[in-house]
Design a protein around this ligand. Structure first.
Ligand SMILES: NC(=O)c1ccc[n+]([C@@H]2O[C@H](COP(=O)([O-])OP(=O)(O)OC[C@H]3O[C@@H](n4cnc5c(N)ncnc54)[C@H](OP(=O)(O)O)[C@@H]3O)[C@@H](O)[C@H]2O)c1
Length: 434
């Protein structure tokens, strides 16, 4: 009988947006969880900062002493506090005590993942973190397990709901970034301090986790090139539209194969123009989606809700059931592998394409001078469009693929041409060539 088995004892650290939902679901259907895991699942305590703010949690479970809870008689620690400390210390403590961990904390994993994975490995414990990237979307388990026999070449995704909401709204209404950010705040899509989202920190942490799993290489947040969306103007969105494209903030993790066959990893977060026909272009509102290209599987797309109490709790509970099942059979989940240890490339060495919009003098020879500057640097041009007259004269150039540093220095050179009044915008282009 399942109910006669020793229970799986769970310590819950944090009871905010996600923790509240995890606790509610666990307490609402204990028989279901017991049946799914093969043993009763029992929450032994809930650590919070301010117990008086949690009238819905039984008093005997609440504690402010997370350390004592972790050190107590528990099998699994579910961490839903967030941030780097005290979470790092608490989770190391748990793992070193042989206790398995479930966490949704992308910032911690992107910064201290190696230390945590090594501690789990050394002490025979599991560490699961499905909820840390793209909330409810089953993505890390497919990368870690289902695609473990394949070779992943590229993972490209929309992994931040706030920025996707803002860019989608800018595309739909033509409004400015500042106006749309304010509206996103009023609707609850942006936090009071939106820096982590709009400056790309959140997406960069997720890119580090995705790149590490996809390429069996340790990639940390500081390895990820990061640009946010605050510089995206309605003019960029309109320019993208005129090329039948839209602007998205993308996390791109790819395997780069050099001319001599050597491999490296590129991980970056930046806004980019993608074709409206690309599966990621239709991902609107605050939804997340990740597009994976693997050698044998081909193209795969994962789509769903990337945040919120319920969706994130779904991923946390999926992990908890997996960890509990491992404990019931005295087994262990897959360990993190970093055996490939590919070097991580700086963005300058990464092949990209640029869309460049210029205000130019309205006189003959402008186009040839600009084209000659590209030529000198062996950057080839895919599309050129001239428009307007007099003070309105403009030129749009879309390049073919070249190293990012080469493209960037070409733009600097073009900015110095006397016929160029202003470099109005520069944005990378992803997806099918134009
Ligand atoms: N919210 C989402 O949609 C979402 C989506 C994906 C991943 N995540 C990740 O999930 C984690 C939790 O996010 P959340 O939105 O649920 O956070 P939250 O609403 O801010 O809740 C944090 C909880 O941690 C508690 N806490 C803070 N410091 C503590 C300490 N030193 N000791 C014990 N408890 C402490 C807080 O206690 P008090 O309530 O008493 O203040 C609160 O209950 C984060 O890592 C986040 O990145 C969240």
């Amino acid at each position: 009988m399942i109910e006669d088995r020793a229970p799986i004892r769970v310590a819950l650290l944090g009871c905010g947006t996600v923790g509240t939902e995890v606790l509610r679901l666990l307490r609402a259907q204990p028989e279901e969880f017991a049946a799914r895991t093969g043993a009763p699942v029992e929450v032994t305590g809930v650590a919070v900062r301010r117990p008086h703010k949690h009238p819905g949690v039984p008093e005997e479970l609440l504690t402010t002493d997370a350390e004592a809870l972790v050190d107590g008689d528990v099998d699994v620690v579910v961490e839903l506090i967030g941030g780097l400390e005290p979470t790092r210390s608490l989770l190391l403590r748990a793992l070193r005590g042989g206790k398995s961990v479930v966490t949704a904390n992308k910032a911690l994993l992107a910064e201290h993942g190696s230390e945590l994975y090594e501690a789990a490995d050394a002490h025979g414990a599991d560490i699961y973190f499905e909820a840390s990237v793209a909330g409810a979307i089953p993505l890390l388990r497919p990368l870690r397990e289902s695609l473990a026999g394949d070779r992943i070449d590229r993972v490209m995704g929309i992994v931040n709901g706030t920025t996707n909401y803002i860019l989608s709204a800018m595309d739909a209404t033509g409004a400015s970034y500042a106006e749309t950010l304010e509206e996103a705040g009023q609707l609850g899509y942006a936090e009071a301090d939106p820096t982590a989202d709009v400056d790309g920190f959140d997406a960069a942490a997720k890119a580090a986790i995705l790149a590490s799993l996809a390429f069996h290489t340790r990639v940390s947040a500081s390895d990820v090139h990061r640009e946010g969306i605050s510089e995206v103007r309605p003019g960029d969105i309109a320019a993208a539209r005129s090329l039948d494209r839209t602007v998205k903030l993308l996390a791109i993790c790819e395997r780069v194969v050099g001319a001599d066959g050597t491999e490296s990893v590129s991980a970056r977060v930046h806004p980019a123009m993608i074709p409206r026909s690309h599966p990621l272009a239709g991902v609107g509102d605050a939804f997340n989606a990740v597009f994976v290209e693997a050698e044998s599987a081909g193209e795969l797309m994962f789509y769903g809700r990337g945040a919120g109490g319920g969706p994130t709790a779904s991923a946390v509970l999926g992990d908890l059931v997996a960890v509990a099942r491992n404990l019931v059979v005295r087994g262990k989940g897959p360990r993190e592998s970093a055996h490939a240890q590919l070097p991580v490339q700086p963005v300058g060495r990464t092949p990209t394409r640029y869309h460049i919009s210029l205000d130019v003098e309205d006189k003959p020879g402008v186009l040839s001078q600009v084209a000659a500057t590209f030529n000198e640097r062996s950057v080839s041009i895919s599309v050129v469009r001239q428009a307007g007259r007099g003070a309105e004269a403009s030129l749009v150039v879309v390049t073919h693929v070249a190293e990012d540093a080469e493209l960037s220095s070409t733009v600097d050179k073009i900015a110095q041409l006397p016929v160029v009044r202003e470099v109005v915008s520069v944005m990378r282009v992803e997806g099918e060539p134009l």
